[in-house]
Design a protein around this ligand. Sequence first.
Ligand code: KG4
Ligand code: ZN
Length: 350
Amino acid sequence: MVIDFKVLGVETSCDETGVALYCSNKGLLGHQLHSQFATHARFGGVVPELASRDHVRKITPLIKQLFKNTGFEFSHLDAIAYTAGPGLMGALFVGASFAIALAEALNIPTIPVHHLEGHLLAPLMEIPKPAYPFVALLVSGGHTQLIAVRGYRQYELLGESLDDAAGEAFDKAAKMLGLPYPGGPALANLADQVQATQYVFPRPMIGKPGLDFSFSGLKTFTRNAIDASRQSDGQVPMKEKAQIAAAFQKAVVETLTIKCRRAVEQTGIPRLVLSGGVAANNALRKSLMALKNVECFYPRMEFCTDNGAMIAYAGCCAYDHLGEEAFEEGRSIAVKPRWSIEDLVKNEIT
Ligand code: KG4
Ligand code: ZN
């Protein structure tokens, strides 16, 4: 890697403001995160306009705190990496504008980062880190993808969700169960309290060849189970909710595990990397760890969900692999709310 290259990473793609400092020699120097859960909780989901405003409010104090904690000064920075997409347009613009304005003032390069590449590379910040090639299961709120990663920017999409992403399915099922936002962790907590004995939900698309997923049908099973367990007063007792949550989680975890095993067999790559918000799910981690003859890697819990560290690290990797000249062009503030990770294979910067 480039010697002693220090990158500030800025993440504002959705409902988390994350900033971090990554050094090519010393690794992660520090990071700060603000989750907007309290802002969106009463709406039961992310409100894009409120997300943008909150990023504006939080980004400067977080950077100040990061520099204070690490003893860093702006003059020490070599580049600024920011999430350029995919994500919410307004939210992305906050991070992009901030990063570009600061980099312009400091006369240093900006490195636009693909949010999913940030997730994909996050496990490489850990020790031991996975060697290439590996199969990545990227499971977040917006994406469920299996990717053969044969090297840096050598990504082959093996399969993906045809409808709801795994995280989205968790969030929607949680909402139906009346659980607080963010739904995924709340549903997982409830599910982990019981053994799933009462309901069996289907494992979607496991009978079909291939590596695509479909989780939207699980909503119907969740709805039917909720209706079947209503008492005369219309309420669903907590122990019934726990059974429904457990059946739901088991179905998602087993489906993901079956497809991961298939991806490993199909590619002949016995190394699996789990990343994205749903990688924080304990049942999923346990199930993938139990796969025979497969080495399994994942980031520490705090770097599964959105964070600035993965963006700083992905920025550092991009600069290292693509070289200084790739980032010398004049910059415009552009973001890509929709952006396929496969586009990166062409070594496009944005
Ligand atoms: O990667 P991420 O922070 O944001 C996106 O890029 O989408 O992922 C957020 C998603 C949400 O859908 C959230 O409910 C889910 O990850 N999630 C979980 C858990 N923790 C976060 N889902 C299941 N179990 C968890 N423990
Ligand atoms: Zn994410």
